[in-house]
Write a protein that binds this ligand. Structure first.
Ligand code: 3PG
Length: 385
């Protein structure tokens, strides 16, 4: 692929797709790991004298509607401060964006735009019309074939890989070419449906799969336990069952429950067979996390994506903290990736003890699975001419 660093950007209109999908709390960025990772690319383009337009999604809003809770305003404020220059947030960019060399603007959440998720041609062309050079730097969203990650790369005059994307691909390739065994993957988080598929492929690549969070609830339900009102996916129970028959997947034996998703909700520790119909599982219990910590201790390579509980609320954070500490203390080569995972790594202060930190969550897992990332594939196609 063509690399951004190999191009002369002076005076050029440069459109950079970043993954600025970060947790926001009370109108402020609550974990800036992904933003810190994107900053060097933005600075490089600004220093090269480019007119820089940045775009990203935030969360999963309803298409075609502005929704303040998904606005990139907190990110624009963060970037203004970090770059020491005002960063305008543009929602009305269709008729062009006028910038001077060395100036930067941010487009409002691309997922407000009709056609973004469907990779629509008209939207892709509208993005492409904003630039002389399109830079794909959003490794975290490279597994999505959407208008701002894939379609735009078809129509931009030049489409290239940004430094963050390139470095993620190089580092992961090096780390995973010949992983030390046992190779353990720990997959948690709340995006259950997409990740169960990932687990199926991963089960052939790794020696031990460990599940947590919403995914573990689906496995608990598949094993016949009552999960009450917990986040899980009923439709996926047959798949979870099939996977449990194929390989051994440890499921929690004790869990921490609450009645509602609320920062002040009291936490109750229960054996997994005592979850009531109105309970929600928000974390794994200490016996379960000790058992997982033991598995992690013996690993040669660990990949970690997704917290095992609602770690944003302190009373449901212990399971994820135990896992984070076990990874930090293990002598394995460890890779952690994903928006929430990075927030957990930050919260528990283990960033220096993880061997490699990736900005990608789903993208990182798909890369490990050996899947083609569509936003990278299109850059390869464009480079062939
Ligand atoms: C992520 O957080 O994994 C990426 O930003 C992609 O988000 P998505 O799963 O909503 O496409």
């Amino acid at each position: 692929v063509i690399k951004m660093q190999d191009l002369d950007l002076a005076g050029k209109r440069v459109l950079i797709r970043e993954d600025l999908n970060v947790p926001i709390s009370e109108g402020k960025v609550s974990s800036d790991a992904r933003l810190r990772a994107a900053l060097p690319t933005l600075k490089l383009a600004l220093d090269a004298g480019a007119k820089v337009i940045v775009m990203s999604h935030l969360g999963r809003p309803t298409e075609g509607e502005f929704d303040a809770q998904y606005s990139l305003k907190p990110v624009a404020d963060y970037l203004s401060e970090a770059l020491g220059t005002p960063v305008a947030l543009l929602d009305d960019w269709q008729n062009g964006v006028s910038l001077e060399s060395g100036q930067l603007a941010l487009l409002e959440n691309v997922r407000f735009n009709v056609g973004e998720k469907k990779d629509a041609d008209d939207l892709s062309k509208a993005y492409a019309a904003l630039c002389d050079v399109f830079v794909m730097d959003a490794f975290g969203t490279a597994h999505r074939a959407q208008a701002s990650t894939h379609g735009v790369a078809k129509y931009a005059p030049i489409a290239c890989a940004g430094p963050l994307l390139a470095s993620e691909l190089e580092n992961l390739e090096r780390a995973l070419a010949n992983p030390a065994r046992p190779f353990v993957a720990i997959v948690g988080g709340s995006k259950v449906s997409t990740k169960l598929e990932v687990l199926e492929t991963l089960s052939d690549k790794v020696d031990q799969l460990v599940v947590g969070g919403g995914i573990a609830n689906t496995f608990l339900a598949a094993a016949g336990y009552n999960v009450g009102k917990s986040l899980y996916e009923e439709d996926l129970i047959p798949k979870a069952k099939a996977l449990m028959e194929k390989c051994h997947i440890p499921i929690p034996t004790d869990v921490i429950t609450g009645k509602k998703f609320d920062p002040k909700e009291p936490a109750t520790l229960r054996p997994v067979e005592n979850v009531g119909d109105d309970d929600m599982i928000f974390d794994i219990g200490p016996v379960s996390s000790a058992c997982l910590a033991e598995i992690l201790k013996q690993a040669g390579t660990i990949i970690w994506n997704g917290p095992v509980g609602v770690f944003e609320f302190d009373q449901f954070a212990d399971g994820t903290e135990d896992i984070a500490r076990a990874i930090a203390e293990s002598s394995a080569f460890s890779i952690a990736g994903g928006g929430d995972t990075l927030a957990a790594v930050d919260k528990f202060g283990i960033a220096d003890q993880v061997s490699y930190i990736s900005t990608g969550g789903g993208a990182f897992l798909e890369y490990v699975e050996g899947k083609v990332l569509p936003a990278v594939a299109i850059l390869e196609e464009r480079a062939k001419g």
